[in-house]
Design a protein. Structure first.
Length: 421
């Protein structure tokens, strides 16, 4: 079997599935594993152009992050991929003690040939623009510098107070990041020379247009011919590296008929709140985050209510946010973990075949708790939102259809459209 040219490691599950979709939509064979696969599972997926590993490193401390990334790096090295992509959030939100992107680069660098990593700063197709190393992101109909973005500047775990990504990475511990701007980005040959001659730990490429992404992709492919390379960024890295060649590669599925949905919204973003408020095809059940974490009796009560609702055939939407706009006291990885356990318990009693999760931490912990070992591409639900098909050793969960979406992704009617898809 030909070795995949491309390996990506997603720091949360929502972003990892977006990269799966990006590659598959370009007509290339890709599969996302939920952990380093063994030889049998790798063979079971068939020939691949790209292989991904999804994790929850976005919410991990430095020690745990290193422990998870090292075996992934060894796997990619042994597989012989030419480009190792650490897929981070498109807004690069990270903190020294939470999901540290500098530590991710430091940990993966020994597993590639070339010493300088390439960071692609923007993804214009998703409304993320990097100009002179400063990142801008859309919010509604407006575009904001990242440190003034209404959501990312006030993120509950990793608020972004710096838009200059060079300064952001320096604060994380990556001391030498060389910014590369226009007009170099308009000339592939100059860009390749600049990357090859850099003595920095990483080069940061601007991306204001799709043409910039295309030029970056040509540079990455040619640079990777002389030795494997490490890259970081959103799914724009996959957009850059893989040129479209034929019809999208979609996983075969026997479960696309309309069926019952269980949804959980753990994100606190305005986008997800709007989706919850717009949902008309679900029975909504609000969860008290503090009680979910602290009280087994409360968890039992929610479980009983949820199974009753699903038992009569309704779709169920669990949400931790208050619909009056107030912010819950608990908004952390522990809440995501308890929410994942709750969903697992619900599915044990009511094995529905469609699952919707909103929020990176929520999605990451949820899929890990369900005993799913891999995800194939089943379609696009919205821009930046992937429809995935689960692989599991459990018959009741093998073939489930999932939407795992970031908090800021999708239109207001996304949840209802999943019911009728």
């Amino acid at each position: 079997m030909d070795a995949p040219r491309y390996g990506w490691f997603g720091d949360d599950f929502t972003g990892a599935t977006d990269t799966l979709a990006t590659i598959s939509e370009r007509g290339h064979r890709a599969f996302l594993f939920l952990g380093v696969p063994d030889a049998a599972r790798l063979r079971a997926t068939g020939p691949l152009d790209a292989v991904g590993i999804a994790s929850a490193t976005r919410s991990m401390g430095p020690g745990e992050l290193r422990a998870v990334l090292e075996p992934a790096g060894r796997f990619f090295r042994a597989l012989g991929v030419r480009l190792v992509h650490y897929k981070c959030c498109s807004t690069f939100d990270s903190a020294p003690e939470v999901g540290n992107l500098a530590i991710a680069l430091e940990t993966l660098r020994p597993f590639v040939d070339q010493p300088t990593a390439v960071i692609l700063g923007g993804q214009p197709s998703l409304g993320r623009y990097c100009a002179f190393s400063n990142l801008f992101a859309i919010a509604g109909d407006d575009t904001h510098r990242l440190d003034r973005h209404p959501t990312m500047s006030q993120h509950p775990a990793t608020p972004m107070g710096e838009a200059d990504l060079r300064r952001h990475f320096a604060a994380l511990g990556l001391e030498t990041v060389e910014g590369i701007h226009s007009p170099i980005l308009d000339d592939v040959a100059r860009l390749i020379d600049r990357v090859a001659s850099s003595e920095a730990e990483a080069v940061l490429l601007d991306a204001l247009t799709q043409e910039h992404v295309s030029v970056a992709g040509t540079a990455l492919r040619r640079t990777a011919e002389s030795g494997s390379i490490l890259a970081m960024g959103a799914s724009g890295v996959a957009e850059a590296f893989f040129e479209a060649r034929h019809a999208p590669t979609v996983a075969a599925t026997n479960d696309l008929e309309v069926s019952q949905v269980l949804a959980i919204a753990g994100s606190l973003s305005p986008t997800t709140r709007a989706q919850v408020l717009a949902s008309r095809r679900y029975h909504r059940l609000q969860i008290d985050p503090s009680a979910l974490i602290a009280s087994s009796a409360y968890r039992d009560d929610i479980l009983a209510d949820a199974t009753k609702i699903l038992g009569i055939g309704d779709n169920l939407l669990l949400h931790t946010m208050s619909l009056d706009g107030s912010t819950p006291d608990a908004a952390d990885a522990l809440l995501a973990l308890e929410g994942a356990k709750l969903v697992g318990a619900i599915l044990d009693q009511c094995p529905v075949r469609r699952l919707f999760a909103a929020g990176g931490d929520t999605s990451s912990h949820l899929v890990q708790a369900l005993g799913i070992w891999g995800l194939g591409f089943a379609g696009r639900a919205d821009k930046g939102v992937t429809l995935s098909q689960a692989r599991s050793d459990r018959p009741d969960r093998d073939g489930m259809l999932l939407i795992l979406k970031g908090g800021q992704m999708g239109g207001p009617d996304l949840m209802d459209r999943f019911v009728g898809r």
